[in-house]
Ligand binder design. Sequence first.
Ligand code: ZN
Length: 163
Amino acid sequence: MAIRKIVQYPDPILREKAKPVKKFNERLHKLLDDMAETMYDARGVGLAGPQVGVLKRVIVVDPGDGLIEVVNPELIDPEGEQLGTEGCLSIPNLAGEVRRAERLIVKGQDRFGEPLEMEAEGYLARVFQHEVDHLNGVLFIDRADRVYHPEEEEDGEGEERLS
Ligand code: ZN
């Protein structure tokens, strides 16, 4: 495994639409392994392909309950609404208050191409929405009600969770 460089805003690659994965091969597995390692190294809770410069529809998330990899993710049946704080590993100097669906269903494939489906709610649902946005060239600053500089709150428990 290897830690990859995280693409930083305003790199134009963050505005491109990622392409579906068709080959579930060694190269994909290496990408997913590297993405997880990169996410943990940066103390993030999620990472999408374009954030490591790879325009493929792959995401990894782990808000603290274990690693979830989803290839070609789709979010369906969004319900409810939550307003909460988001930060992004690609825009580390900003945070924002973002409205997201409270719960939804995530469909996609695992690293071997087998279909997967799971329900997500609360913070996990938020991270999935943030990551799938990355696959479509959308950033949290596009959706935020309010964007601010969180540097005053960097120390202690108020630390932003970045994805
Ligand atoms: Zn992000």
